[in-house]
Design a protein around this ligand. Structure first.
Ligand SMILES: Cc1ncc(COP(=O)(O)O)c(C=O)c1O
Length: 391
């Protein structure tokens, strides 16, 4: 009798391997007494603003300790709908909102609700690793859409059009982007919306970094006049309000989609934690000065880091317009992304992530997050310069 394999195929899908490797090795080095500067981590280093934390404590005192409706508490869906109406300029109703345990869950359950095995899904590459993993987990076919460095990591519409087939069911967009910090311009979004209409596919637009934008204005795919009935907007609280550990995000979708996504989500999670949802209302409607301060600080760090990286031998770094990542081209060092990741960790004590962790088109790049203090960023730059000089 042949022995069964223990794990299902989907459990063996590799994701974000290099991120885990770099974290594990950094921990080993730290345990041995080395000081490591962490520029690999994708979360704000700020604390959640106190008014939001207090709102959660109040909600606990008020008894928000029970299951809630699977699509979210009505008043929270209402607050999110209002926020989306204001920020995207599109009338949005509470019935279109599904509140989830982080944006990741909104992405996962939206894909689960829309995509059948064998369907093709176009997704950005390099991109947030969960996209490709989720597409594979549902048995669909991932179709990578390369981002173009010379266009500040935007999309070539002709290339995009060439990826569309009769099996294309969904396209995933992310702007501002992880890992490049690139922001998709409005004319590109309009081109994709035309193609979506013409070829009858859906678009999931992940706009979780929409508030973290430095140059120009943010163009939302959801806000396009013809995005309408075939679009799912993803957003959340993790990045804007430094609430990564709270697990609060949402999807906004056509009214007919929301009950389907909520049904799938409820079987995995029943509902999103109710006192956390209540804190979300405070985040959206309370004072926004801590968000503005955080973005001001991120901008200063971005400028420091980009300037320093462009002085390193073999590095060419574009100025990202959003998010809190830079994605320098490192081909001039003569090293692969993975070799450079290892070199910088071992020789400079700086943890970064090799570009291919975000997809095959990430080769030739590394990702650095500037969710770290300016002092640490400067120390990291000095360490990298010294290590590269000695090579
Ligand atoms: C592009 C992108 N989408 C979604 C997420 C997940 O956010 P959340 O913490 O709300 O699940 C991340 C987190 O790194 C991200 O970079």
């Amino acid at each position: 009798m042949t022995r069964r394999t223990v794990f299902a195929e989907r459990a063996r899908i590799p994701t974000g391997v290099s991120i885990l490797e770099v974290l594990a090795r950094a921990k080993e080095l730290e345990a041995g007494g080395r000081e490591i500067i962490h520029l690999e981590i994708g979360e704000p280093d700020f604390d959640t603003p106190a008014n939001i934390t207090r709102a959660a404590v109040r909600a606990l005192d008020e008894g928000y300790t029970h299951y809630g409706p699977s699509a979210g508490l009505p008043e929270v869906r209402e607050a999110i709908a209002k926020h989306v109406t204001q920020t995207r300029g599109v009338d949005t109703a509470a019935e279109q909102v599904v509140v989830t345990t982080g944006a990741k869950a909104a992405i996962f359950f939206s894909i689960l609700a829309l995509v059948d095995p064998g369907d093709e899904v176009i997704y950005p590459n390099p991109g947030f690793p969960s996209y490709e993993a989720t597409i594979k987990m549902v048995g669909a076919v991932p179709v990578p859409m390369p981002l173009v460095e010379e266009r500040d990591f935007s999309i070539d519409l002709d290339r995009f059009a060439s990826l569309i087939t009769a099996k294309t069911k969904l396209c995933i967009l992310n702007s501002p982007q992880n890992p490049t910090g690139g922001v998709l311009p409005r004319d590109v979004l309009e081109g994709i919306a035309d193609l979506a209409e013409r070829h009858d596919f859906y678009v999931l637009t992940d706009e979780i970094y929409s508030r973290i934008i430095y140059d120009g204005t943010f163009a939302s795919y959801y806000a396009l006049p013809n995005a309408g009935e075939r679009t799912v907007l993803i957003d959340g609280f993790s990045k804007t309000y430094a609430m990564t550990g709270w697990r609060l995000g949402y999807g906004v979708m056509p009214r007919s989609f929301a009950p389907m996504v909520a049904k799938l989500f409820s079987n995995a999670s029943s509902s999103t934690c109710t006192f956390v949802q209540r804190a979300g209302i405070e985040a959206l409607t309370g004072p926004q000065d801590s968000v503005d301060n955080m973005i001001g600080e991120f901008r200063a760090r971005r400028d420091l880091l980009v300037d320093g990286l462009n002085r390193l031998p073999g590095f060419v770094c574009r100025i990202p317009a959003g998010a809190f990542y830079v994605f320098p081209n490192i081909t001039g060092t003569g090293m692969t992304s993975m070799a450079l990741q290892e070199f910088l960790l071992e020789e400079a004590g700086v943890a970064v992530v090799a570009g291919p962790s975000f997809g095959e088109y990430g080769e030739g790049y590394i990702r650095l997050s500037y969710a770290n203090s300016r002092t640490n960023i400067q120390t990291a730059l000095d360490g990298m310069a010294a290590a590269l000089d000695k090579r």
